[in-house]
Design a protein around this ligand. Structure first.
Ligand SMILES: *Cc1c(COP(=O)(O)O)cnc(C)c1O
Length: 459
C-alpha cells in the first residue's frame, strides 16, 4: 500500500483554484494549438507542468523578502546569499544570475568551442540548447538501466563511465569541451546519481584534463537519495553529502527555481582560482547585470538565501520526495507504467508502454498529456521525442530513448487529495488508451521548439 508521509509544515495562506468544464478545456487546448505551454494558468486545475519556480515560499522567506537591500552595488542581500553559499558548498566563487539557463549562458562559452562536444549523463533541454548555441554538440551517456522503466536500479541517473572513457577516446581529448553531471538526472526521470559515480566521473575528467561541471538544479534531492540508497551514507547529514558531491567539480550551474525553493533565481559557481570566474563575469555584466545582483533583486537574493537552507532540511526533503514516491506507488498499484523507483520531483509515465500504437514521431507522451488535460484539467508535459529538436543538419526527428509524460510536483503546494485525483484521472485515460491519437507539428522554431510549437491531431 502506498504510504503518504504527513507534511512537516501547515498551510498559512491559500490560493484559490478554478475548476473548468470539459467544454472549456476542449476549447482552450484547441486555441493553444495543442501545446500545453499555450494554456492560461486559469484553464488548469492542477498544474504539474513543472516544479520550476512553482513551489510555495515559507513564512521565513516572505519575511526575508521585506529585508531585501536593493542597492545597485554591494547589496547586503548579496553578501548574505554569498555567506549561505560558502557555508553550504564550500566553494570560492558564486555569481547570482536570473535563472539556470542564464548560468549556462555565461559559463558555457568559456568552456566550449565550435566543433567540440559536451558529454553528460543527460543534458537538460536548455543545457543542450546552450551547448548548440556555442557551436558544440551535446552527447548523452547515462547508464543503460535508465532506459528500462521497470528496472529498480537505485541510481538510474549515473553516468556510464565505461562509455564516457570510450567516447573521450573516440572524439579525442581536445574535442571534449566539458563533462556535465546533472543531479538529479531530470530527463531520465529525476533519477539520482551516486557519490561513487560522481567520484569516478571526476577522476576520468581530471585524468584527461577536461573541465567537470555539475548541473545542480536538484542537488538537495540527490543528496537525500544518496543518504537513503547508497551504501555507507545513511549516517551522513545532507550537508555533509552535499560537500562530498561538490568536492571535485570545477564549476556548477544552478537553477534556484528547484531546490532553492524560490520563484526566480540562479547561480553559477566556480570552485577555485584559474581564470574561469573572470570569464564568467565578463558575460554576466552585459547580460545579467552588475556582479552583486546578476539579474536578481535584493529581495530575490534574500528569499534564495533562506530557501537554500530550507531546501537541505532533511524533514522537508523526505516529505517532498515522499509525495513523489506516493504518487508513483499509487500509479503502479493501478497498473499505470512509470519510471521506477520514484525519482525526485516528478512522476514519469511510460507513454510508449501505455500507447504502443502511437509512433515516436507522433509523440505518444505529448498525446497522453493532452488527453489528461482534457479529462481533468491536469497539466503535465512531454519529456520524450517531442522535446527533442530536429537534427540541425538533416532536419530528421530524433527518437528519444524514453517517451515520458512528466507530471511534476511543485514544492509545498499540493495535498494528498490532489495527488489522488491525479491518479484517478490518469486511470480513466488509461482505460481508453487504445483510441488516443498522436500529434503532428505544423509550426515550430529550430531550437527549444516544444515551448511554442503548434500541433494538430494526427488524421
Ligand atoms: C530547470 C533546469 C535547468 C534550467 O534552469 P532554468 O531556471 O529553467 O533556466 C537546467 N538544468 C536542469 C537539470 C534543470 O532542471
Amino acid at each position: 500500500m502506498a504510504v503518504y508521509m504527513p507534511e512537516p509544515y501547515r498551510i498559512k495562506m491559500v490560493e484559490p483554484l478554478r475548476v473548468t468544464t470539459r467544454e472549456e478545456r476542449e476549447e482552450a487546448i484547441r486555441r493553444s494549438h495543442y501545446n500545453l505551454f499555450g494554456l492560461k494558468s486559469d484553464q488548469v486545475y492542477i498544474d504539474m507542468l513543472t516544479d520550476s519556480g512553482t513551489g510555495a515560499m515559507s513564512d521565513r522567506q516572505w519575511a526575508a523578502v521585506m529585508m531585501g537591500d536593493e542597492s545597485y552595488a554591494g547589496s547586503r542581500s548579496y553578501h548574505r546569499l554569498m555567506e549561505v553559499c560558502h557555508a553550504l558548498f564550500g566553494w570560492k566563487y558564486f555569481q547570482p544570475v536570473h535563472q539556470g539557463r542564464a548560468a549556462e549562458k555565461v559559463l558555457f562559452p568559456n568552456l566550449l568551442k565550435p566543433g567540440q562536444v559536451s558529454i553528460s549523463n543527460m543534458h537538460f533541454d536548455t543545457t543542450a540548447g546552450h551547448v548548440v548555441l556555442c557551436g558544440a554538440k551535446p552527447v548523452n551517456c547515462v547508464v543503460p538501466q535508465a532506459l528500462d522503466s521497470t528496472s529498480r536500479f537505485p541510481f538510474k541517473g549515473n553516468m556510464d563511465n565505461a562509455r564516457l572513457t570510450e567516447l573521450i577516446g573516440q572524439f579525442g581529448r581536445d574535442r571534449v569541451g566539458m563533462i556535465v553531471i546533472t543531479v538529479t538526472c531530470n530527463s531520465a526521470g529525476g533519477q539520482p546519481v551516486s557519490l561513487a559515480n560522481i567520484r569516478e566521473t571526476a577522476d576520468i575528467a581530471s585524468q584527461h584534463g577536461i573541465p567537470l561541471v555539475i548541473d545542480a538544479a536538484r542537488f538537495a534531492e540527490n543528496a537525500l537519495f544518496i543518504k537513503e540508497r547508497e551504501e555507507g551514507q545513511s549516517g551522513s547529514t545532507i550537508r555533509e553529502i552535499v560537500r562530498q558531491m561538490f568536492a571535485s567539480a570545477d564549476a556548477f550551474t544552478f537553477s534556484a527555481k528547484k531546490d532553492g525553493i524560490v520563484n526566480m533565481g540562479g547561480l553559477v559557481a566556480v570552485r577555485e582560482d584559474g581564470g574561469l570566474i573572470e570569464g564568467v563575469r565578463r558575460y554576466v555584466v552585459p547580460n545579467e547585470g552588475f556582479l552583486s545582483y546578476g539579474g536578481l533583486s535584493g529581495r530575490d537574493m534574500e528569499a534564495l538565501a533562506v530557501g537554500l537552507e530550507e531546501g537541505v532540511d532533511e524533514s522537508f526533503l523526505r516529505s517532498y520526495t515522499g509525495q513523489t514516491r506516493y504518487l508513483v506507488d499509487r500509479m503502479v498499484e493501478e497498473g499505470i507504467p512509470c519510471q521506477q523507483p520514484a525519482g525526485g520531483h516528478a512522476v514519469f509515465v511510460d507513454a510508449r508502454q501505455l500507447l504502443p500504437h502511437i509512433p515516436y514521431d507522433r509523440f505518444p507522451a505529448h498525446a497522453l498529456c493532452v488527453e489528461v488535460y482534457r479529462e481533468a484539467g491536469i497539466r503535465g508535459c512531454d519529456v520524450g521525442s517531442f522535446m527533442l529538436d530536429p537534427d540541425p543538419e538533416t532536419g530528421a526527428q530524433p527518437q528519444a530513448a524514453m517517451e515520458f509524460a512528466r507530471f511534476c510536483i511543485p514544492r509545498r503546494t499540493y495535498t494528498q487529495a490532489h495527488l489522488d485525483y491525479v491518479v484517478a484521472s490518469i486511470l480513466r485515460v488509461k482505460e481508453r488508451a487504445g483510441v488516443l491519437r498522436g500529434y503532428r507539428i505544423v509550426k515550430a522554431e529550430k531550437i527549444l521548439r516544444h515551448f511554442t510549437a503548434q500541433l494538430e491531431p494526427d488524421a
